[in-house]
Design a protein around this ligand. Structure first.
Ligand code: ZN
Ligand code: ZN
Ligand code: ZN
Ligand code: ZN
Length: 399
């Protein structure tokens, strides 16, 4: 595997799992396994419509002001793309917001696509642009897994993209058109490999998707419902690289063991997880947790799986964000918490205790010694070992 930490992981074929990444040496809790910039990123149409996010770097306008504020500006041609700084506007003009993108965006605001299709259209605009400005990255995108079939919605976005290309062809050189089948396969690649970049909104305690990004290397991680690694992003941090993905170990991992992440919040219940994996990733999960939970009755799946959260309360959240699942029995229950719900300890240790967050906790990167401070990959909250032991006390579950 390429990338800064290529020596930590190696790609291999596992008999039951197909292509997989395994630890090529023993890995430490909190260790950074991968940090990678996206092949492409694009804004969610809802977020984009509020005009408070930079088209280039996806950082929010923290101080929206109808009279414009400081360094923020709109593209004067399409009047759709907002930029947080002259630097972003300048960088975008040769990368994310080329004249083709500008033209396509100005057509997008005039069309009648719904928000979902507008988000797909934004992805296709970014992908088409990538093919022109960075053919090598586009090849990488094409090499990712995902084969789609054509349906009515795909016809709609394909028609939009074709018009955008035609419109630009009138002014520019001959550009290739894309078939509807090709567009369907690109959309499938996004569904299978895209990561949501979201903001945790403390007021509502919900996660709000701001943008989506596709990463060449990160898409090689397989899924497990009890993962041993998870991803972080720091999209509001200053400086370059704010849309990088970072994959860290949850705990020590022995050499030769497969490294997996969860493709969605770990507190989703069985039926929800299986549905998502079947529909968007085309497989049935046979991980240790699923093997146990498939034996549960619907009722048990409701009770145990429905709302796992360390503290309770579930709440509806957006798209990739989470439904919490309560695990009263395992938490408050008998003795070691390993009775009817053997994974209770996993949720105690790695599920964010903050109500309705649903994020996964991983130790901070080790500096010489492993860190005992856990960081939530959604809300950013830190939890010390002492806080954790206190929580266990309260739940009367022995570690
Ligand atoms: Zn910016
Ligand atoms: Zn523009
Ligand atoms: Zn599973
Ligand atoms: Zn959290």
């Amino acid at each position: 595997m390429a990338g800064a930490n290529s020596f930590l992981l190696k790609q291999t074929q596992l008999p039951t799992r197909g292509r997989a990444l395994v630890a090529s040496q023993s890995l430490e809790a909190g260790q950074v396994l991968l940090q990678e910039a996206p092949l492409l990123a694009y804004l969610d149409a809802h977020t984009a419509s509020a005009n408070t996010v930079c088209f280039h770097c996806t950082r929010p306008d923290l101080n929206p002001n109808p009279n414009g504020n400081g360094s923020w500006s709109f593209c004067t041609t399409c009047q759709v793309a907002a930029f947080c700084s002259p630097q972003c506007a300048a960088a975008a003009s040769t990368s994310t917001h080329t004249p083709f993108v500008c033209r396509a965006l100005s057509l997008l605001v005039l069309c009648t696509l719904d928000f979902d299709s507008q988000t797909q259209a934004r992805y296709l605009i970014a992908a088409y642009n990538l093919a022109v400005v960075s053919p090598h990255c586009f090849e990488q995108l094409l090499s990712l897994e995902g084969e789609g079939s054509v349906n009515d919605k795909i016809h709609l976005v394909h028609t939009f993209l074709s018009e955008a290309i035609r419109s630009w062809q009138l002014e520019c050189q001959e550009l290739p058109s894309w078939s509807v089948e090709f567009v369907a396969s690109l959309i499938a690649k996004d569904q299978r490999n895209g990561f949501g970049l979201s903001t945790f909104v403390p007021d509502t305690r919900l996660r709000k998707i701001r943008a989506y990004a596709i990463y060449a290397q990160a898409s090689f991680f397989n899924h497990d419902c009890l993962p041993n690694a998870c991803r972080f992003d720091y999209i509001d941090k200053p400086g370059v690289g704010n849309t990088d993905i970072i994959i860290r170990c949850l705990h020590d991992i022995a050499e030769g063991v497969e490294v997996c992440i969860s493709y969605f919040p770990v507190n989703w219940r069985f039926a929800e997880r299986q549905g998502k994996l079947r529909e968007e990733y085309g497989f049935e999960c046979r991980c240790d947790r699923c093997k146990i939970e498939e034996g549960w009755s619907d009722e048990e799946n409701g009770e145990k799986g429905d709302e796992i959260s360390v503290d309770g309360e579930a709440s509806e959240e957006e798209d990739e964000a989470m439904k919490n699942t309560d695990e009263e029995e395992g938490m408050d229950g008998e003795g070691d918490g390993q009775g009817s719900f053997p994974h209770a300890m996993f949720f105690m240790r790695y599920l964010c205790p903050r109500e309705s967050c649903g994020g996964t906790l991983a130790p901070l990167p080790p500096h010489g010694v492993s860190s005992s401070v856990m960081e939530c990959n959604v809300c950013g909250e830190l939890r010390s070992e002492e806080d954790f032991l206190q929580e266990i006390q309260e739940h009367k579950v022995s570690p």
